[in-house]
Design a binder for this molecule. Structure first.
Ligand code: PXP
Length: 285
């Protein structure tokens, strides 16, 4: 059996093919939210690898390793089409040094997740990532909880989007799968949305199916409005397939589960390398 438990079931493929026929050459066919990277014209979903959790391990020791920049380079070598980082105001994982190096080194696309604060707008204007996904930020949260409430903050968000878009950055907003939030994202000038998949990932059975249908509806609505559609949060090797099969979705941002697997699949090799070193020590010195 494949270790990738989420193989696409045939019924899902049929659904996707039907949806592709329905979609035809809509706004997605010839348009991309990322001006520097024209839409490939295929229906493959891009993977944005979020390397925050590599920085989390480093910061737990205030050490220099593991370096999220090196992790980003390896992710690109493995085929990731985007590198995502969240520079938080408390700098709990990614540091400005990381962002500066990533800007120089990333060859695909650099996606900066950030709150729409003056401090972050000023950093982003200097660094100029390829795209910015505006997210909510609460000091006490362990990870981003819920999408941005665009409906309630239209003026602030529009101001931030205009300033950063003028600096040549593609602007998107991380929102809950909610139709009113999609309309508000369009109204404030976002080029794309990223749909929060946290609830989909947290529930099971019929509730999960219902949430999947909700996400599909929101993705269809956003694409019909001309918005690019990304998704992410709590996606895993087990639950990603139905989300990746949604035709309107262009990019998935995944962090924790990839880093979690990287630690485990790399463990045996890392232990062997240390054993080789310590067992060779007395023989050679
Ligand atoms: N998208 C956004 C907007 C996020 O804030 C995060 C978490 O930093 C992710 C995607 C990735 O989530 P996860 O680490 O659960 O894969």
């Amino acid at each position: 059996m494949s270790i990738l438990r989420g193989q696409v079931p045939k019924t899902s493929c049929d659904t996707v093919n039907r949806r592709k026929e329905q979609l035809g050459t809509g706004p997605q066919g010839d348009w991309s939210p990322f001006s520097r990277y024209p839409y490939r014209g295929d229906d493959l979903v891009s993977l944005g690898v979020n390397v925050d959790h590599v920085a989390n391990i480093r910061q737990a020791r205030k050490a220099v390793e593991p370096d999220p920049v090196t992790a980003a380079m390896l992710a690109e070598l493995a085929g990731a089409q985007c590198i995502t980082v969240h520079l938080r105001s408390d700098r709990r994982h990614i540091q400005e040094r990381d962002l500066e190096l990533l800007r120089k080194q990333v060859k695909t696309k650099l996606n900066l997740e950030m709150a729409a604060t003056e401090e972050m707008i000023s950093i982003a204007s200097r660094i100029k990532p390829d795209m910015i996904t505006l997210v909510p930020e609460r000091p006490e949260e362990v990870t981003t909880l819920g999408g941005l409430n665009v409906v309630d903050q239209q003026d602030t968000l529009q101001g931030a989007i205009v300033r950063l878009q003028d600096a040549g950055i593609a602007m998107g907003i991380f929102i809950d799968p909610d139709s009113a939030q999609v309309e508000a994202a369009k109204a404030v000038g976002a080029r794309y949305i990223e749909i929060h998949t946290g609830l989909y990932a947290a529930v099971r059975g019929e509730k999960q199916q219902a949430e999947l249908q909700n996400i599909i509806g929101v993705a269809e609505k956003a694409a019909a409005l001309g918005l690019g559609v990304n998704a992410g949060h709590d996606l895993t090797y087990s639950n990603v397939t139905p989300i990746a099969a949604i035709p309107q979705i262009e990019e998935l941002n995944i962090g924790h589960n990839i880093v979690a697997r990287a630690v485990l699949v790399g463990m045996e090799r890392a232990v062997r390398q240390m054993l080789e070193l310590i067992q060779a020590a007395k023989r050679c010195c």
